[in-house]
Ligand binder design. Structure first.
Ligand SMILES: NC(=O)C1=CN([C@@H]2O[C@H](COP(=O)(O)OP(=O)(O)OC[C@H]3O[C@@H](n4cnc5c(N)ncnc54)[C@H](OP(=O)(O)O)[C@@H]3O)[C@@H](O)[C@H]2O)C=CC1
Ligand SMILES: O=CCS(=O)(=O)O
Length: 240
């Protein structure tokens, strides 16, 4: 019997790409979403629909999910991974960057949940995995707005988990520490970027996107009646 559909947002690089590759290797059909659709298509994964969707566009997310479900059947797992990290001192950062992080990291996650959760409740099964951060658990320098968005992901995950638990739907938050990806590259301050790179070196380097994909696969792969509520995972030498 063919395996069920998995939806991954932000699959065009880093952690999302690694998650897509891992689930494809397990023979799941996939819906991959991101703005750089050419990078999704370049993955060249079998039974995979790639759509250019900005997760802040609630209607576009829903329509892409409906299109994939018409082809591959109901979504059994959504990985809400798309995110941006624009570091800056709250007194110096352009507030437009706060808006962008709130829109993508918080509303984007809610938009993904909106697209799949009611049918999962009706089917009495399904899994939603939200990629947060250790910055969703504690503060870090230059992370005020980013931390705010990731604390929000933890808060909404815990609440939605309780709201849908009785319908046998799992809602999981995975909170990585530093992972080697393109994430930092969008921060505008070179000084902050250099400081962050120096910090990563001082802890012996970040962990890999594949490490996070392994946590996602493990959490999803447990029986439906077992919910790993939260995974916090970082390099062994990372202290904060
Ligand atoms: N790297 C790290 O150290 C850590 C990362 N995380 C989290 O992991 C997640 C993935 O980040 P990571 O892989 O590191 O970084 P990358 O920058 O490599 O990946 C980010 C992904 O998000 C997508 N994305 C960004 N904005 C949008 C949008 N508006 N609509 C759709 N997709 C979007 C990007 O695709 P595109 O640009 O093509 O739209 C890309 O695929 C994020 O939520 C991040 O906060 C958490 C902890 C640590
Ligand atoms: O989410 C990003 C990782 S860190 O900057 O909080 O370590």
């Amino acid at each position: 019997m063919s395996k069920p559909l998995i939806v991954v947002t932000g699959a065009s690089s880093g952690i999302g790409e690694a998650i897509a590759r891992a689930f494809s290797a397990q023979r799941h059909p996939l819906l991959l979403l991101a703005r750089r659709v050419e990078r999704l298509e370049a993955l060249d994964l079998p039974e995979t629909l790639c759509r250019k969707v900005d997760v802040t566009d609630r209607v576009a997310v829903l329509e892409a999910v409906k299109e994939a479900e018409a082809k591959y059947g109901p979504t059994d797992c959504l990985v809400n991974n798309a995110g941006v990290m624009l570091l800056g001192l709250v007194t110096e950062q352009n507030p437009d960057e706060w808006d962008r992080m709130i829109d993508v990291n918080v509303k984007g996650v809610l938009n993904g949940i909106h697209a799949v959760v009611k049918p999962m409740q009706a089917r009495k099964g399904g899994t939603i995995i939200n990629i947060s951060s250790v910055a969703g658990i504690k503060g870090f320098p230059n992370h005020a707005a980013y931390c705010g968005t990731k604390f929000a992901v933890h808060g909404l995950t815990e609440t939605v988990r309780e709201e849908v638990a009785d319908d046998n739907v799992r809602v999981i938050v995975i909170a990585p520490g530093a992972v080697e990806t393109e994430l930092l590259s969008h921060t505008t301050s070179n000084e902050i970027k250099e400081g962050y790179e120096g910090w990563k070196d001082s802890i012996g380097g970040a962990i890999t996107p594949e490490d996070i994909a392994a946590c996602v696969s493990f959490s999803y792969g447990l029986p439906q009646n077992v919910c790993v509520r939260e995974v916090v995972v970082a390099a062994t030498r990372q202290q904060p």
